[in-house]
Design a protein around this ligand. Structure first.
Ligand code: ATP
Length: 314
């Protein structure tokens, strides 16, 4: 089993207790661990894979809570860093249909320092870059560029999820697109939501968007479509791979569960070049990853809701 290095933020999600999707009215919040790359590392570890988290949390009780939470799920946290800056916080409110509203108070995640010693462990392993905050500046953004370069030169399998958050890029969408392009060009696998695929390609049609991403360099494109499943585009074939029917109560983390499960399966392959050549093999993996995403929507919380291997198999 190859390692999957997941780089980016690990933060506190304060989830509003009452449903309603209106943060201005919420009065009580429950503390939960969150952050897309950490969720992906947990998704991989819960399935029995080797998820390695590389990110920075504050040297405070919230940071300790976060690291112990992901460690409990089996994630390797030996490369995590601590900073004097407070831990990054997000406040999340959920509507009855599982959709969410959230705001960030950014802290320690931006301070991740690039660690050149990681390079020796990179060869033949997988790298997942998917921080919602990584392209907002700080040393985390610099580390992202450097790890991308290292991964490319060390023949890693590179995965990218832009994790676009409208709130964070309100008047700056063009800058977001520009910052994402090097990652899209160098990644073997990109995971987009439909909104992200259209925004980043500048196309009006998702098929044209996929063609655009292939032209700039990505071999495998997945566009997650909620209950409809996932559009998989690879090796000159595009198909929607259906998901399973569930009753969603919280969609937080479905995308992370999806990409985590897909990366877990790719990490488990002896030779990951097979996924570039064999569309049917990849489609089966996406089908399983859809199931992981669907199961995650049936429980509250991004990490707690992630399926274990036996939940996924049954
Ligand atoms: P995020 O908002 O967490 O970044 P996302 O928008 O990329 O995630 P979704 O499309 O919500 O992710 O979900 C990822 C995958 O999980 C989907 O492609 C689908 O296969 C599965 N999934 C999500 N919601 C449902 C649902 N209601 N019913 C069945 N499957 C679902």
């Amino acid at each position: 089993m190859r390692k999957v290095f997941c780089i980016g933020e690990l933060l506190i999600d304060f989830v509003a207790e009452k449903q309603g999707n209106d943060l201005s009215k919420a009065t009580q919040f429950t503390k939960k661990a969150g952050g897309a790359p950490a969720n992906v590392a947990c998704a991989i570890a819960k399935l029995g894979g080797k998820g390695v988290f590389v990110g920075c949390v504050g040297d405070d009780p919230f940071g300790s809570f976060l690291l112990s939470t992901v460690k409990k799920e089996g994630v390797d946290i030996s490369l995590a860093q601590r900073s004097k800056t407070f831990t990054t916080l997000a406040f999340v409110s959920l509507a009855e249909d599982g959709e969410r509203d959230f705001v960030f108070s950014r802290g320690a995640d931006k301070e991740l320092a690039y660690d050149p010693s990681l390079r020796k462990d990179f060869h033949g392993n997988l790298l997942h870059l998917g921080a919602a905050t990584a392209l907002l500046g700080g040393s985390l953004e610099k580390a992202y560029g450097k790890y991308l370069f290292d991964a490319f030169t060390k023949e890693m399998f590179i995965s990218f999820d832009p994790n676009f958050r409208g709130d964070l890029w309100k008047e700056n969408e063009k800058q977001f697109i520009k910052k994402c392009m090097p990652f899209i060009e160098k990644s073997h696998l990109c995971k987009f939501s439909l909104e992200e695929a259209l925004l980043l390609s500048g196309k009006k049609d998702v098929n044209e968007a996929c063609d655009f991403f292939h032209e700039v360099g990505t071999k495998i494109i997945t566009v997650t479509l909620g209950k409809e499943g996932t559009l998989l585009s690879s090796n000159n074939t595009k198909k929607i791979i259906p998901s399973i029917a569930v009753k969603p109560i919280d969609t937080t983390g479905a995308g992370d569960a999806f990409i985590g499960c897909l990366l877990y399966q790719i990490a488990d392959l002896g030779n990951f070049n097979r996924v570039f050549e064999d569309y049917e093999l990849l489609a089966k993996m996406v089908q399983k990853a859809n199931k992981a995403g669907a199961i995650t929507t049936t429980n509250y919380g991004a990490i707690v809701a992630l399926p274990t291997k036996s939940q996924l198999e049954n």
